[in-house]
Write a protein that binds this ligand. Structure first.
Ligand SMILES: [Mg+2]
Length: 368
């Protein structure tokens, strides 16, 4: 290394992967998931980052971000990030451009770690060896048998002591089934596992409070997006009147978003998504915003994208071991981790994030 290594080619591809069964939550259903993978090169080293979202993200990478970071110093990841944020001003930071920014930022962090020969968590600055996760899925589209099998897999096979299911079905239009599914989940996992629920913004304020009042005997610990995460006063109202911790933040694209959510005292735990918020660079700052408000952060989805920076985040609660993304990440990446005993252990024997895209396996799903 000479110290003036530059970012070389930045390439991107999008892959649409069918789900293993129809998936749905309170406010959306889907039967495929698109992963957009970015590679950033320097000599024979290659960093990888990704995000989940429309294939159009690849266009933003190709048109705006790749030309911005190519030729910049490999070492100045934060400088590259600042340049990318300036570049996407008119494209709009939230949404597709934010996803693209996040994927490129992660690829640049990974590239730097590989060049210096460090595991990514050590480049960022690890504070723990093990990262707690919770099993997440429990889709509203599952029947009783599918739900039972998934919960059993997390609790009995993987021994994960925390699980989350979706509620708020049909925008809060099927509360009896929500309640029956929560009761089934508690029955399947037993008394010693933390039970979480996510309404994806499907309820109204009072409705959410009423639903939680009906299931106080289930000891639900986490209520995610009981109302729209844009309704900060609504989140605060629900938070004040239910026992579970209220969580939100998965749609946060910048620091001001997270500050507003914290200022409104809307959540007990702030969710942050590396694949949307602006990558590892912005995750670190978002976690600092939360810390300054006395809050922990929880990573939203994409566990392998989060695990290294999560290991370097003092005020981390846990990551989401999300069925859909776990499946894709273990299919697509050589070196993927498991969640045995409810923790991910980022590798110490690998450089960067330790992952390599299985290009030949991925190819069949490529759409851009
Ligand atoms: Mg959610």
């Amino acid at each position: 290394m000479t110290g003036d290594e530059q970012v070389g080619a930045v390439t991107v591809a999008a892959y649409r992967v069918p789900t293993d069964a129809p998936e749905g939550d309170g406010t959306l259903t889907w039967d495929s998931t698109t992963i957009v993978v970015v590679h950033a090169k320097c000599g024979h080293h290659q960093g990888v980052g990704w995000t989940y979202g429309p294939a159009a993200i690849a266009g933003v990478v190709n048109d705006l971000l790749a030309p911005t970071v190519t030729g910049r110093s490999v070492w100045d990841v934060r400088g590259a990030w600042e340049a990318m944020v300036r570049r996407i001003r008119n494209a709009g930071r939230p949404g597709i451009a934010g996803y693209a920014l996040s994927a490129v930022d992660v690829a640049l962090w990974d590239l730097k770690a590989r060049l210096v020969g460090l595991p990514l968590q050590d480049l960022v600055g690890a504070v723990r060896d093990e990262v707690p996760v919770y099993g997440s899925g429990g889709f509203t589209t599952y029947d009783q048998e599918q739900l039972r099998r998934q919960l059993d897999g997390w609790v009995q096979t993987d021994r994960i002591p925390r699980v989350k299911i979706k509620i708020g079905e049909s925008w809060g239009g099927n509360v009896p089934r929500d309640i029956a599914r929560m009761r089934q989940a508690r029955d399947v996992v037993g008394d010693d596992v933390e039970l979480y629920v996510d309404a994806n913004g499907g309820y109204g304020r009072k409705q959410a409070i009423r639903v939680m009042a009906e299931v106080t005997d289930l000891d639900i610990r986490w209520l995610e997006e009981p109302v729209s995460s844009d309704d900060l006063a609504g989140l605060r109202e629900v938070r004040d009147r239910v026992a579970p911790d209220v969580a939100a933040g998965e749609y946060g694209y910048d620091l001001y978003y997270f500050r507003r959510m914290c200022d409104a005292e809307a959540v007990d735990c702030l969710q942050v998504d590396v694949s949307r918020c602006g990558g590892i660079t912005e995750w670190i700052r978002a976690a600092a915003v939360a810390a300054a408000c006395g809050l922990q952060v929880s990573g939203h989805c994409a566990p392998h994208l989060h695990v290294h920076v999560a290991a370097a985040t003092p005020n981390l609660r846990h990551l989401e071991w999300f069925h859909d993304h776990v499946r894709i990440e273990s299919m697509f990446f050589e070196g993927s981790l498991d969640a045995q005993d409810g923790v991910m252990r980022p590798r110490r024997d690998a450089v960067g994030n330790g992952l390599t895209l299985r290009s030949q396996d991925a190819e069949q799903y490529q759409v851009a």
